[in-house]
Ligand binder design. Sequence first.
Ligand code: NAD
Length: 341
Amino acid sequence: MFDTIERADLEELHFRYDRATGLRGIVAIHNTRLGPALGGCRCIPYDDDEEAIADVIRLARGMSYKAALANVPQGGGKAVILQPPGTYDRAALYRAFGRFVNDLGGRYITAVDSGSRISDMDEVRRVTPYVSGTSKDGHDPSPVTALGVYAGIRSAVAWRLGRDSLRDVHVAVQGLGNVGYALAGLLHVEGARLTVSDIDAARVERCVREMGAEAVAPEVIHEMECEVFSPCGLGGVLNDDTIPRLRCAIVAGAANNQLADDSQGERLHREGILYAPDYVINAGGLIQVSLGYHGKDHAEIRRRTMALGNALQDLFERSKVDDLPPEQIANQVAESIIYHP
Ligand code: NAD
C-alpha cells in the first residue's frame, strides 16, 4: 500500500467502515500545500477494493492539479463510497460518511460528485461543517461548471477559428445531464447551432423542444461535422476508436478524464484538433464550491469562472510555442505551482 501511496505522492489515505449503515468509504488527500483538500464524493459500485482505491487516488491527484490551475486556495482530495448492494438507508449512509469527514478535522472538505446528490450533502452537513454545495448554502457546482465550459468554448473558438462570437458555430454536445443541459442553454442563447445526444431520450427531447437542437444517436455524436465537439457525459471518450472519426476543429467539454490515455492527447495535437484540457475547462464547479465555502459572492465566482477562458488562451499559446499538447503544458504549470512554489 505504501508503494501505491508513494507513487501517487499522496499525503494521506483513510478508510472507514460502519457496520450499522454499511458505509465503506475512502478519503484520499493528495496535497495540501495550497490549502485544505477539496473534492467531491463519488458513490458508485466498484468491482473490488483495489478498483476503488485506485479511483480515489487518481481523482485526488487530479483535484490538486485542478485547484492549482484554477487558482483556488485548496489542495486536492476526493472521497469514494463503495455503493452498498441492494437497498440501504441513504440518509444514514451519508451521515456516517459525514462523521468520517468530520473526524479528519477539516483537512478534507467534501462536495457532490458522480452518484451523490445535493440532498446527500444536506445529510453530511448535519454532522460536519466540512462540506460545500448543500441546498442551504446554494453552492451547486453544475451551473458554474457549465459557465466555465461555455467560457472555454468561446476561448477555443477565438483561438482556433478567429471568431469572437458563437453565433452559428456548430457545437455537438454529448451528454445532457446537469452540466450538458445548462451548457446547451448558454450556447443556444448566443446563437450557436446545436447537435445533441444522450442515452436518456427525455433529455434529448427537452433540448430539441427548448433549443431547436438537432438530435443524433449516442453512437455517432462524435462523428458530427462541426466546429466543436463537447463531451459532457462519460470519461474516456477520446480513444483509438473515436479520434480517427472526429470531424471537428475543437474538443472542449465538461467530462472528466476525456483522454483514454496520454497518447490520445498527442494524437489530437498532431492532427491539428485543439483540445481544451478537461480539468482546466471544467474547473468552474471547483471555483464555486471553494470560493462559495470561503464566503465569496456570486459576482466574484462568475468573474473567476469566466477567467478560465483566459487561462486556456495561455495554455494554447504555450502549446503552440513549445509544440506540445495543451494538457502537457497544463500538467507542467500545475506541477510547478504544487511542487515548486
Ligand atoms: P450527469 O450524470 O448529470 O450527466 C451525464 C449525462 O451523460 C447523463 O444525462 C447521461 O445520460 C449522459 N450519458 C451517459 N453516457 C452517455 C453516452 N454514451 N452518450 C451520450 N450521453 C451519455 O453528470 P454531470 O454532473 O452533468 O457531469 C457531466 C460530466 O462532467 C461528468 O464526466 C462529470 O464528471 C464532469 N464534471 C461535472 C462537474 C459538475 O459540476 N457537475 C464538474 C466537473 C466535471
